[in-house]
Design a protein around this ligand. Structure first.
Ligand code: CTP
Ligand code: CA
Length: 226
């Protein structure tokens, strides 16, 4: 879809996108993380920028070329991501939580390399804050967009997350399907709002999907036409 420059649907809006996968340190040379590449988040940030938004991209451990015109903040852990999101929160119009946040971190982070000893090693993990859920509770004007990657019972888990985290939109993919999920250049998603399934999209490039999601978000901002 083509827009007149003066009519870009996100002009004057602040969009914050989290991308990548958090890293939770165990010791100076080891960590817990996940397979998120950050591609979906980067595509969303680029789309928001093209639609006229002022975009901040909070990138957790990504190795992708930096998009032009977008402020990028690099960070590592879930706690750092939470602090970075909160710092932008009062001026945020749309928050997109595309990042894969580690659910747990090591209870003790060793400042020295842990030495090999017995036949087994038990690491104690403690739960990280759920960033999206916490922001869902503090929501005023912000539009919140969550993601869910599932291997089964997609609709049930997606709707459960949408409600529990007080999201306006939830983008869900079944990562067992070809072309969907972590590391790929394409994605295959269903989009839910509080009423249930609103779109079941075909296999799309992450770039194209990023644009569809940001257009959908723009149309749902307070005061949007249509
Ligand atoms: N999320 C978050 N903070 C966390 C965990 C998840 O903000 N500590 C966000 C993710 O960025 C994503 C959404 O919540 O937008 C769903 O993440 P997901 O891992 O699918 O949900 P969980 O609630 O952690 O449930 P589970 O891993 O058990 O499926
Ligand atoms: Ca999780």
């Amino acid at each position: 879809r083509l827009y007149e420059r003066s009519q870009l649907p996100l002009s004057g809006k602040k969009v914050v996108v989290t991308a990548g996968g958090t890293v939770e340190r165990i010791d100076p040379v080891r960590y817990i993380s996940n397979d998120s590449s950050g591609k979906m988040g980067f595509a969303l940030a680029k789309a928001a920028h093209e639609l006229g938004a002022d975009v901040t991209l909070l990138a957790a451990n990504t190795h992708l070329p930096l998009p032009a015109g977008i402020r990028v903040v690099h960070l590592e852990s879930a706690q750092e991501m939470y602090d970075a999101v909160l710092a932008e929160w009062s001026v945020t119009d749309i928050l997109v939580k595309a990042a894969a946040v580690a659910d747990y971190r090591a209870k003790e982070v060793s400042d020295r390399k842990i030495k090999k000893s017995g036949e087994t090693l038990t690491l104690e993990l403690v739960k990280n804050i759920d960033i999206l859920e916490s922001l869902g509770k503090q929501k005023t004007k912000q539009l919140l967009i969550g993601f869910a990657a599932e291997t089964n019972d997609l609709e049930k888990y997606a709707m459960d997350k949408l409600q529990r985290k007080n999201c306006d939109l939830l983008i869900a993919n079944d990562v067992t399907r070809e072309g969907a999920g972590f590391g790929t250049d394409t994605n295959l998603v269903n989009i839910y709002d509080t009423t249930g399934l609103i779109e079941s999209l075909p296999l799309l490039s992450k770039e194209e999907l990023g644009m569809r999601i940001m257009e959908l978000a723009a149309a749902r901002l307070p005061g949007a036409q249509e």
